[in-house]
Design a protein around this ligand. Structure first.
Ligand code: NAP
Ligand code: GCO
Length: 268
């Protein structure tokens, strides 16, 4: 029998990580590159793209970067065509690009809600639909949707985000259901609270220099008693992108330090 570690290798594979300019997407792309994959990523900002290319190069990764809004079907079609021309058919898709709006529901406009749904839920549908035909033709493929703890739990001020991430969990199960027979595996990663630009406002020091109340709350709610880092997600990404997970489908792997399992520490 071949060594089981060989099943985690991604040599010769092409991976698209949407929103892979920084944060979780960058770490996932780095992990897939370390496992042997050729990396393509996209974002909306030219400044983000230029900085990301430099950051990837500093790690010895020859990533290809593209400007494309994942919520725009025409831009996504062009993105997939460009990557296919540059690197070959996309084998691994990581639907990572996402936004959040933290607004009390009664103050949240329908436009705000719609924008979050558009990017966090409609876009994974659009990008998956653009990538799937090439994978079906090849007889195998991997889709990883970056879900969230909020695929399971709600909290104040994030109605659009929780609705989108809950929907993304079900889209993950539906892609599994519709394409499993074509040897497509579609799974989710559900990060806990991860220290990235997206959560920076929740960790800002208070004017008196004390820790943000939400920072203290999350550390008390997490058995690991810390925020996660993008690097904490790298192993799960390689597993779900590789042959090691060929019989895993429709699942969400929570990488959350145990927060979903824990009622939380009693305040001292
Ligand atoms: P982030 O730091 O805000 O990075 C988001 C990335 O997505 C950026 O590269 C951004 O670049 C890109 N992006 C946003 N909207 C886009 C669009 N419409 N089209 C193309 N690219 C777009 O976020 P993060 O913390 O790394 O989170 C990444 C994913 O993990 C998101 O789906 C998020 O919901 C999820 N997540 C995060 C946490 C956490 O605690 N951080 C936990 C669970 C799940 P541009 O702005 O230049 O486009
Ligand atoms: C928030 C946070 C969370 C994290 C993540 C947790 O405001 O509650 O941004 O939503 O981003 O989704 O898993």
């Amino acid at each position: 029998m071949a060594n089981i570690l060989d099943s985690f290798k991604l040599d010769g594979k092409v991976a698209l990580v949407t929103g892979g300019a920084y944060g979780i997407g960058f770490a996932i792309a780095e992990a897939l590159a370390q496992a042997g994959a050729k990396i393509a990523f996209n974002c909306r900002g030219q400044g983000h793209l230029d900085q990301a290319l430099a950051d990837y190069a500093a790690k010895g990764i020859e990533a290809r970067g593209y400007i494309a809004d994942v919520a725009d079907e025409e831009q996504v079609a062009q993105l997939v065509a460009d990557i296919t021309a540059d690197l070959g058919t996309i084998d691994i898709l990581v639907n990572n690009a996402g936004i959040i709006k933290r607004i009390p529901m009664l103050e949240m406009s329908a436009a705000d809600f719609r924008q979050v749904i558009d990017i966090d839920l409609n876009a994974p549908f659009i990008v998956s639909k653009a990538v799937l035909p090439g994978r079906i033709a090849k007889g195998h493929g991997k889709i990883i949707n970056i879900c969230s703890m909020m695929s399971e739990l709600g909290r104040e001020t994030i109605a659009g985000y929780a609705a989108a991430k809950g929907g993304l969990k079900m889209l993950t199960r539906n892609i599994c259901s519709e394409f499993g027979e074509q040897n497509i595996q579609c799974n989710g990663i559900g990060p806990g609270y991860i220290a990235t630009p997206q959560t920076a406002p929740l960790r800002e020091l208070q004017p008196d220099g004390s820790r943000h109340p939400f920072d203290q709350f999350i550390c008390a709610k997490t058995p690991a008693a810390r925020w996660g880092t993008p690097e904490d997600l790298m192993g799960a990404a390689v597993f779900l992108a590789s042959d090691a997970s060929n019989f895993v489908n429709g699942q969400v792997l929570y990488v959350d330090g145990g927060i979903l399992a824990y009622i939380g520490k009693q305040p001292s």
